[in-house]
Design a protein around this ligand. Structure first.
Ligand code: NIG
Ligand code: FE
Length: 395
């Protein structure tokens, strides 16, 4: 049994996802004891006495959940950062056979051991910053054996460290240089039975120069029939109708959404497809930010993620992502906390993201009373400790 004395506790509570104004309604209390047993919240009550098993914290929130990363990748792409800083665009580098294709070469040449070794270091930093769970994707193999290699690396990573990685199959991340698009899509469809042994979620880079809604319609309907949940990289580079298709097919999330308009905002607001936003990518690529304000004001649900990957967002520190969300997505602090906890948990289908009696919860303990300090002084690490699956780590 663990007892936390929280000077200040803030958490979303109740049903998920939280949509629109509901994202701002948090449960907040002061001078409170939180009792946890086997990773489950037993009770939340007025603080009475200090005893030997009390952990002291200025601020307690649910541990954070990053709803969209490209872990595990192999190698890095610093040269592309340099080229972009000197004027080349992300799309130009990709069209010339670089970008994602560079990561594909590196994954194909790496062993599971090598992939695990590189990515475990990132996971330690995620945890040190208050994150208990992330999404991870394949998508740098682009052939069956190497897509499976990435998914197997996730299995190994889940066995040897604390952060839970929820895997997604992103075989449709790019058209492999050696393949024709339609033939590749057919191949991907034939892999689904084997992929299903590792994940029940499928994603696609549905955008200009990659896969268009018409290309993937059949495959996605077949994946849906096989029980896959659907996610989308939607309308990041250009509006190609990806968001519309994502809502129509009942995707759990439509991600990025940099180029959507009012019609898509309306569709998302009237659906249970979560608008998953990654302001780190807009910042890093110098692209516009998604219209989070209009999405929330119209009633949509937002989740936040880093999009951590070696090409379009080598950033994953949540305090910095929160800084960008507050400043450029115009999100309120309460909305940011809900998006980084309960709504992200909904996207990943895990029972986390709220501190509520009877529920499983991973918890972050912070060294400041004010949640707003975290996005404000984003390069300070305010994390004091984290409880994942009942295991306490204090820093
Ligand atoms: O989410 N948009 C497509 N995929 C990634 C980028 C991957 C890469 O460049 O390696 C993204 O931005
Ligand atoms: Fe992504």
């Amino acid at each position: 049994m663990i007892k936390i004395h929280a000077e200040h506790l803030i958490t979303p509570m109740g049903s998920s996802p939280k949509k629109g104004n509901e994202m701002r309604k948090l449960f907040e209390t002061f001078d409170t004891d939180i009792i946890i047993d086997k990773g489950k919240i037993l009770d939340i009550k007025k603080h009475k006495s200090h005893d030997d098993y009390t952990i002291e914290a200025k601020l307690v929130t649910p541990a954070l959940i990053d709803a969209h990363t490209h872990i595990p990748f192999y190698g890095k792409r610093a040269r592309e950062f340099y080229l972009r800083a000197r004027g080349k665009s992300y799309s130009e580098i990709f069209e010339q056979g670089g970008g994602i294709h560079n990561s594909v070469k590196m994954i194909r040449n790496a062993s599971i051991d090598e992939i695990v070794k590189q990515n475990i270091d990132y996971l330690k930093i995620f945890k040190r910053n208050g994150i208990c769970a992330i999404e991870g994707k394949s998508g740098y193999g682009l052939e069956k054996i190497n897509e499976l290699k990435q998914l197997k690396s996730i299995t190994v990573l889940n066995e040897i460290q604390d952060i839970k990685i929820i895997p997604t199959f992103l075989g449709l991340h790019a058209i492999p240089l050696e393949e024709n698009k339609n033939e590749y899509i057919k191949k991907v469809e034939s892999w689904l039975e084997d992929i299903k042994k590792f994940t029940n979620t499928i994603d696609v880079f549905c955008d200009k120069g990659v896969f268009l809604p018409d290309d993937i319609k059949e495959l996605f309907e077949s994946a849906k029939n096989k029980g896959f949940k659907i996610r989308f990289h939607a309308d990041e580079i250009e509006n190609v109708g990806a968001t519309k298709f994502a809502v129509k097919i009942g995707a759990v999330s439509a991600d990025h959404l940099l180029k959507i308009g009012d019609e898509e905002i309306e569709l998302l607001s009237n659906s249970n497809t979560i608008a998953t936003l990654m302001p780190g990518t807009s910042f890093y690529l110098g692209e516009p930010f998604a219209n989070a304000r209009k999405l929330i004001d119209n009633g949509a649900a937002i989740a936040l993620g880093s999009d951590f990957n070696p090409g379009s967002c080598p950033i994953f520190t949540p305090s910095f992502i929160m800084h960008l969300a507050l400043r450029f997505l115009k999100m309120e602090p309460e909305e940011i906390l809900t998006a980084y906890t309960l709504n992200s948990a909904y996207v990943l289908d895990i029972e986390n993201g709220k501190i509520e009696p009877g529920y499983k919860c991973d918890i972050a303990l912070w060294n400041t009373n004010e949640f707003l300090d975290i996005p404000y002084m984003f390069d300070q690490n305010f994390l004091k400790g984290i409880i994942i699956n009942g295991k306490v780590t204090m820093y």
